[in-house]
Design a protein around this ligand. Structure first.
Ligand SMILES: Cc1cc2nc3c(=O)[nH]c(=O)nc-3n(C[C@H](O)[C@H](O)[C@H](O)COP(=O)(O)OP(=O)(O)OC[C@H]3O[C@@H](n4cnc5c(N)ncnc54)[C@H](O)[C@@H]3O)c2cc1C
Ligand SMILES: *[C@@H]1O[C@H](CO)[C@@H](O)[C@H](O)[C@H]1NC(C)=O
Ligand SMILES: *[C@@H]1O[C@H](CO)[C@@H](O)[C@H](O)[C@H]1NC(C)=O
Ligand SMILES: *[C@@H]1O[C@H](CO)[C@@H](O)[C@H](O)[C@H]1NC(C)=O
Ligand SMILES: *[C@@H]1O[C@H](CO)[C@@H](O)[C@H](O)[C@H]1NC(C)=O
Ligand SMILES: *[C@@H]1O[C@H](CO)[C@@H](O)[C@H](O)[C@H]1NC(C)=O
Ligand SMILES: *[C@@H]1O[C@H](CO)[C@@H](O)[C@H](O)[C@H]1NC(C)=O
Ligand SMILES: *[C@@H]1O[C@H](CO)[C@@H](O)[C@H](O)[C@H]1NC(C)=O
Length: 585
């Protein structure tokens, strides 16, 4: 057993962490012994298919390779494997082209095997975290040996923050507290508090959304969480595998957020091991500064979260609208204009949804079916005139909605994919010139870059949040949409082809910034190369706005030696750090 605090010890033994350190064989052995078999070595997911792995001749394993080939683009398969990521550029070292990938369009394509399999970005060692002790030992090991740490749950991160070349990976994906996976607590009182919250669910960091939604429904409850829709053809879905405990830390938007708030608005308590080695409860009454930081500061920054508790709602009836039509060279333009024109009114009525140039899926927990039908009249008439399909219906629960519209549409992962996004200020929707500007920008995305605008109506538009209760940028609360778009490339793309796609994403992000000065971006779904374009004095203004200095102070308090660091995270070491050697500069 470790002492309750390792912070003093850490301070004494911490060695310089600026370069890539390698523990000795003996240090690895001792560490492994202390973890009773939970330290594992990892090769890249597709290694069994390759004749040469990490420079050495290897024996192809036809059975294992065939399982990998047939499940290469299956989210359920990837999300429970430590070396697998949803977006496969994060298994590769993009700068050096070291990789071990298959062709996702045809996983048996022999072209993939003509290059040697290399470890790339994938951690050689990971700890299958089974409790706070494993995390405490890992922080200590990192401090002692200088090896970098990374934390991974299900690997949906768009920005490579759940891995790092040469790091020891803390894999929390399977973690459930000993006594329960999910726990419904009526009248939940945060530890140290007094006021009870009518309905709350506590869950381990390894529990996926799919299980949460089902569990909530079985208890006649609604969990407010996210998903991605099939709206754009290059949008790859795999949301049900995302871990709610992770999603919450960066913001967490849902199409129910307009009425019920963001994930950060609904969390009541975290249990977390901070890098000083202490297992803490963070809520409004204990470690309240840390709690505030975890409500928007982002993952992999303040510690390893092992449990979270958040508010849930009673089961609710939803009005659901699903519309789509076939695109012609021009018919998407008036549709986009209609979405822009109607969005402010829809916002005041409680609609959330995902929309694109030729389709939408919107939900509303406040209106009746009649009101919902009337509210969407203009847009349904337009879609009908395009010979498109219009369904507006009342469904008895989120679970029924999710099963009908989302689960059935789950598409593949295992591809190279990136995105950009921006919070679109409400004031753009209230003036004629604002509406015209926004519509033009979306049309430009399509015409100049062939990228579909992906509109998330998931800001806390009607939600009455408490001032400064969360650390997300306040821009969330002055915005009506999160506007984004996805792009990708082939598994065998060259560095310059990859760079081109990142540049396109950044160019589009800049178009969006130009029309929304002073707004912000969602740190989980923003341009990989987000800039502090407004020229404010502080870094990462777009993710946290005026909250950044307080977040940085809290980072320094709980992680004084920067044992955790990730791309564009609070207090990060910067792109020059050895941790980011695989990102394209
Ligand atoms: C298809 C798809 C749909 C999405 N839809 C939505 C949506 O509807 N709404 C929304 O808000 N977001 C959405 N996202 C973004 C998503 O919420 C984030 O990518 C999320 O953080 C990924 O969670 P994960 O479990 O896969 O985490 P990972 O990718 O494993 O990790 C994400 C980050 O959290 C860190 N981390 C992981 N575990 C822990 C832990 N226990 N403690 C501390 N840090 C940790 C990692 O180091 C990394 O920095 C979507 C993403 C995808 C790919
Ligand atoms: C992998 O693919 C095989 C063959 O298609 C299938 O039977 C199996 O269930 C898949 N495994 C997982 C974990 O998805
Ligand atoms: C859920 O509600 C139904 C209908 O009111 C009721 O029969 C059932 O017992 C409830 N289930 C739980 C777990 O509360
Ligand atoms: C918001 O709360 C945090 C954490 O308690 C604190 O550090 C910060 O100064 C507060 N910000 C404002 C503007 O009050
Ligand atoms: C439909 O559009 C017209 C013209 O812009 C507008 O006046 C009207 O309020 C809209 N109807 C609804 C139901 O939103
Ligand atoms: C819709 O279908 C009708 C009947 O087939 C056809 O006349 C009309 O041109 C179509 N309209 C559009 C916009 O495709
Ligand atoms: C927010 O507060 C206002 C004023 O108190 C109230 O009318 C409204 O219903 C609240 N909104 C929600 C979504 O609870
Ligand atoms: C990638 O592979 C495809 C065939 O699968 C081929 O058409 C394409 O030219 C290759 N691209 C590069 C950059 O080699």
């Amino acid at each position: 057993m470790l002492p309750p605090t390792v912070s003093k010890l850490l301070a004494l033994i911490l060695i310089a962490q600026s370069s890539l350190a390698l523990p000795s064989a003996q240090e690895w052995q001792e560490f492994s012994d202390s973890l009773s078999g939970r330290l594992h070595k990892a090769l890249p997911l597709s290694a069994p298919c390759f004749p040469v792995v990490n420079g050495e001749k290897s024996t192809i394993n036809p059975e294992e390779c065939s399982v990998i080939q047939s499940n290469y683009t299956v989210a359920d398969f990837r999300s429970v494997r430590a070396p697998a990521y949803m977006f496969t550029q994060w298994e590769t070292c993009q700068r050096t082209e070291e990789k071990c990938l298959l062709d996702p369009t045809d996983p048996s394509n022999p072209l993939a095997y003509t290059v040697p399999c290399q470890q790339g970005y994938v951690s050689e060692y990971y700890v299958a975290v089974s409790g706070p002790g494993d995390v405490q030992k890992s922080f200590l090991f990192s401090a002692k040996t200088g090896i970098h740490l990374s934390i991974k749950s299900s690997g949906h991160d768009y920005k490579g923050r759940s891995g790092s070349k040469g790091s020891l990976n803390l894999w929390v994906n399977q973690y459930r507290p000993a006594k329960y996976d999910l726990l419904y607590i009526p009248n939940f009182i945060p530890e140290g508090g007094e006021r009870p919250y009518a309905h709350a669910i506590t869950m381990g960091a390894g529990v996926p959304f799919e299980d949460l939604y089902k569990f909530a429904d079985e208890n006649n409850l609604t969990a407010v969480g996210g998903y991605a829709s099939t709206i754009s053809p290059n949008q790859h879905l795999a949301f049900v595998d995302v871990r709610p405990s992770i999603f919450i830390q960066g913001g967490g938007h849902s199409i129910l957020s307009p009425v019920f708030g963001l994930g950060v608005d609904r969390v009541l308590q975290f249990k977390i091991v901070t890098p000083d080695g202490i297992y803490r409860v963070a809520n409004s009454f204990q470690n309240s500064d840390l709690f505030w930081a975890l409500r928007g500061g982002g993952g992999s920054t303040f510690g390893v979260v092992l449990e979270s508790t958040f508010l849930v709602e009673p089961r609710m009836t939803l009005q659901v609208a699903s519309m789509s039509f076939t695109r012609t060279s021009t018919n998407y333009q008036p549709f986009l204009r209609l979405l822009v024109d109607e969005s402010y009114k829809w916002g005041t009525e409680g609609w959330g949804g995902h929309m694109g140039p030729t389709n939408l899926i919107n939900v509303n927990p406040l209106l009746t079916l009649e009101e919902a039908t009337e509210s969407l009249k203009n847009v349904s008439e337009y879609v009908t005139a395009q010979n498109g399909s219009v369904v507006i219906e009342e469904l008895p629960s989120w679970e029924v909605f999710f099963t009908k519209y989302v689960t059935t549409a789950e598409a593949s992962v295992g591809v190279e994919n990136t995105l950009m996004g921006r919070l679109i200020s409400t004031d753009l929707f209230t003036s004629k010139s604002g509406k015209t500007t926004l519509t033009k920008t979306m049309i430009q995305m399509i015409q100049q870059y062939a990228i579909n605008p992906y509109i998330v109506v998931g800001t806390p538009f009607l939600f009455n949040g408490t001032a400064n209760a969360t650390s997300v940028t306040p821009a969330w609360r002055k915005a009506l949409w999160q506007l984004g778009g996805h792009t990708g490339w082939q598994f065998n793309a060259t560095v310059s082809q990859i760079r081109t796609q990142y540049e396109i994403a950044s160019n589009i992000a800049q178009l969006m910034r130009d029309i929304t000065p002073g707004s912000g971006a969602y740190l989980n779904e923003a341009d990989l190369y987000e800039t502090n374009h407004e020229g404010m004095h502080m870094d990462w203004e777009s993710f946290w706005g005026p909250n950044y200095p307080a977040l940085l102070a809290i980072k320094k308090k709980y992680d004084p030696h920067s044992l955790l660091d990730c791309w564009q995270c609070v207090g990060w070491k910067g792109a020059q750090d050895v941790r980011y050697d695989c990102y394209l500069p």
